[in-house]
Design a protein around this ligand. Sequence first.
Ligand code: AP5
Length: 191
Amino acid sequence: MRLLIIGAPGSGKGTQADAIAQHYGVPAISTGNMFRAAVASGSPLGEQVKAIMESGALVPDEVTDAVVADRLGQPDAAGGWLLDGYPRNLAQVATLDAYLGAQGQALDAVVLLDVPADLLIDRLLKRAQIEGRADDTEATIRHRMDVYQDSTAPLIQAFQARDLLVRVGGVGEVDEVRERIAAALTARLGR
Ligand code: AP5
């Protein structure tokens, strides 16, 4: 099973990813988490991406694509995966398509979490108080929203045109949203 979960910052991708991945017996792979781990460890990759992430901009495609290709090549990802936070622009979609094509593989579905913008900002400001994530300041959140609109939102139409999109309302209790995603994916994929 090869799945994507997409949605604006704060839409709940990370919150929902593990349960979906567990259901299908595949790893949940988050580029944001991989980059944050690199920053925390002070690795050369972390040094390279720290300021970019703090600004709310996207890490350059060649860096991100290489990190993802390396992760997808690991043994636990051989039977499938759920990608959270990648691809994030049309160029990354093309890179992922080429990667999958070379392996004779294809995407099964793309979950889109739909949440209104004002709620997203509330959620991220609340998280800022709890976790203190460097990119959860109000100005950076707004920039991340702009980047999402400019670079990532066009993926919605692209995946819809390929009949891969599974749109799920992301407002409500976490458990409620999880059940909604599970029902929508089961209806789409038959399992
Ligand atoms: P990334 O970590 O992917 O950040 P993001 O897309 O901005 O997403 P968030 O983690 O903020 O939100 P989420 O949708 O996962 O929601 P969450 O579940 O956390 O990327 C960070 C940065 O890394 C990027 O800005 C970029 O610099 C770089 N990067 C990553 N991927 C890249 C790529 N492909 N290319 C280039 N650069 C890349 O939930 C948010 C909050 O809401 C939490 O506090 C949660 O508890 C709460 N919440 C969740 N669900 C609910 C609910 N149903 N009700 C109430 N609260 C809820």
